[in-house]
Design a binder for this molecule. Sequence first.
Ligand code: TXA
Ligand code: MG
Length: 319
Amino acid sequence: MSIISKDIFKAVMLLENDDVVAIPTETVYGLAGNIYSAKAIQKIFEVKKRPSFNPLIVHVDSLEKVLTIVSEFPEKAKLLAKAFWPGPLTLILKKNPDIPDTVTAGKDTVAVRIPNHPVTLSLLKQLSFPLAAPSANPFGSISPTKASHVAEYFKKSIEMVLDGGDCENGIESTIIGFEANEPVIYRLGSISIEEITAVIGSLTLKNKQENAPNAPGMLSRHYAPSTKTYLINDVLEFIKNYPDQKIGVLVFSEEIMAPNIEKLVVLSSKKDLKEAASKLYQTLHTLDQLQLDMIVAEVFPNYGLGTSINDRLERATKK
Ligand code: TXA
Ligand code: MG
C-alpha cells in the first residue's frame, strides 16, 4: 500500500506519537517531527542520514507561536516577517532556552518559518507543538517537490507522506540571519535578493562558504543528481565534444537541437524565472532516471530567481 495519503488526522496521530511524517510546503516537501520529541528528532536525522551538526528549521502557523520560540526579534526581521510570512522565508534568530539542542545542533539560534501551504497550516494548527522539518530527501540528493519523490526516497523508512500536491515554488526557502544586528543571506531561495532588498535595503550574501559555520547545511556539493551534471554557458558548443554520449539538456527558454541530445527540457518558454524555478527539481529528478551519460544545464540569467537557480545548479554539478 502507498504511504501517500491526504489524511491530516492520521498525520496528527503519528506526530503526537513521536513519529515522523513528510509534509507538503510551498517550497519542497519536509520530513517533520515534534521539536520536543527526542525520538522523532533522532528519526529525522537517521532517515535522512543527515549529520547531527546540521540544524533543522522549525515550522509554525502563526507569529504568536514564533514569539514563543525566539528570544530576540530585530527590527529588520520584523519587516521581513511582515512582508513574507506565511511564505518561503526562514529567519535565524536567537532561540528560547527550551528549544532542544538536538534541533539547533547546539547553536544559540533557531531557524524558523511559517510555510504557506493550506494543508500544512491546517496540520500545524491542530498540533500543540512546532514541527522541525528538513527537506525530505536523503542528505545530498535532490529535494522533493512531489509526494511521489518522497515515497520513492523513503517508502521503507517512514509511515506517511501527507499529500499536498506539487510544491508551487519548487525551490527551498531563502534563509536570513543576523550578525551584529545586520542581516545576512545564508541561503538563496524562493525569495529573490531583489525582493529582500526592496524591504530592508542591501544586505550581505554569505551563501558560498564551504562548511560555513553559520549555515552548516550549505555544503558545496548538494542537491545533486546521480548522473554526471554540468553547468555551461554555451551548451551546444560544449556537447559537440561528446558526439557519442546520450545527453539530457536543461535550458531556460530557447529550444536547441543536436543529434546527441536524448532529452531536452525547456523550463519556461515564456522566460518566466518563477516558472523555471518551480520545475527545476522535478526536471532533475526526471532526467536522473533516464540512464543518460550526462546532464548539461545552461547557466540562467543572473537576477531574480535566476540567481537562486544558478546556485542550486552549481551545487548539483560540484564534485
Ligand atoms: O524550504 C525550506 O526551507 C524547506 C521546507 C521543508 O521548509 N526546508 C529545508 O530544510 O530546506 P533543510 O534542513 O534542508 O535546510 C535548512 C538549512 C540547512 O542548511 C541548515 O544548516 C540551516 O538551514 N539552518 C538551520 N538552522 C540553522 C541555524 N540555527 N543557524 C544556521 N543555519 C541553520
Ligand atoms: Mg535540504
